[in-house]
Design a protein around this ligand. Structure first.
Ligand code: ADP
Ligand code: ZN
Length: 213
């Protein structure tokens, strides 16, 4: 099962992916998470990616395509995987098509998570993450048991630098300009499925209807 999640920043790709991981036991591959891992470890890739990410811009395609190609050469993707945050433009989508073809795989579905605009900004500006394990929280919708401390690992909860209001607007603009055309690209191939993105549980039900139990 190969599932591609599309949706603006704040659409809830990560939250839906978590549920898919549990249900289908396949890995969740989020390019944003991979880049954040790199900058935590201060690798050369991390240092480069940070420049773009903190401004709300896309990391260059070649670098991004390379990290995905490497990730998809690992063993654990044999049963399938969930892509979150990749592809983000047509160049990446075509690189992914080639990669998938070369492996002899086939995309099961592209799920377009599409909540109303006003919800997006609220979700992102209230989002907090664990600095250690990346678990996601929200100041009103999903508080940790102890303020500032991750329920999962005890790490410190912080706000992503690119989740501040100014960078968020830039990310939404980049989404409109670059990622949105992927919706037509996949719709024309007949593999795009729309879900509401309103509540996590409701959206999950819609996803199950598409992918099966
Ligand atoms: P969101 O989807 O909420 O914007 P992500 O964690 O997916 O959050 O991405 C954060 C940032 O990481 C993006 O704004 C971008 O700079 C970078 N990034 C993630 N995925 C890609 C990608 N496929 N191509 C280029 N840049 C990416
Ligand atoms: Zn944690």
């Amino acid at each position: 099962m190969i599932v591609i999640l599309l949706g603006a920043p704040g659409a809830g790709k990560g939250s839906q992916a978590e549920l898919l991981v549990k249900r289908y036991q396949i890995p969740h591959i989020a390019t944003g998470d991979i880049f954040r891992e790199h900058f935590k470890k201060e690798t050369p890739i991390g240092k480069l990616a940070k420049e773009y990410i903190n401004k709300g811009q896309l990391v260059p395609d070649q670098l991004t395509n390379d990290i995905v190609r490497d990730r998809l050469s690992q063993k654990d993707v044999q049963k399938g995987f969930i892509l979150d945050g990749y592809p983000r433009n047509l160049v990446q989508a075509k690189a992914l098509d080639q990669l998938i073809e070369r492996h002899g795989w086939k995309v099961t579905a592209v799920i377009n998570i599409n909540p109303p605009q006003d919800i997006l900004v609220n979700r992102i500006s209230g989002r907090r993450i664990c600095s250690k394990c990346g678990a996601v929280y929200h100041v009103t919708n999903k508080k940790p048991k102890v303020e500032g401390i991750c329920d999962v690992c005890g790490g410190e909860i912080i706000q992503r630098k690119d989740d501040n209001a100014e960078v968020v607007l830039k990310r939404l603009e980049v989404y409109e300009n670059q990622t949105k055309e992927l919706i037509d690209y996949y719709r024309n191939q007949g593999i795009l499925q729309d879900v509401s993105g309103l509540e996590i549980a409701k959206t999950d039900k819609e996803v199950v209807q598409i992918l099966g139990e």
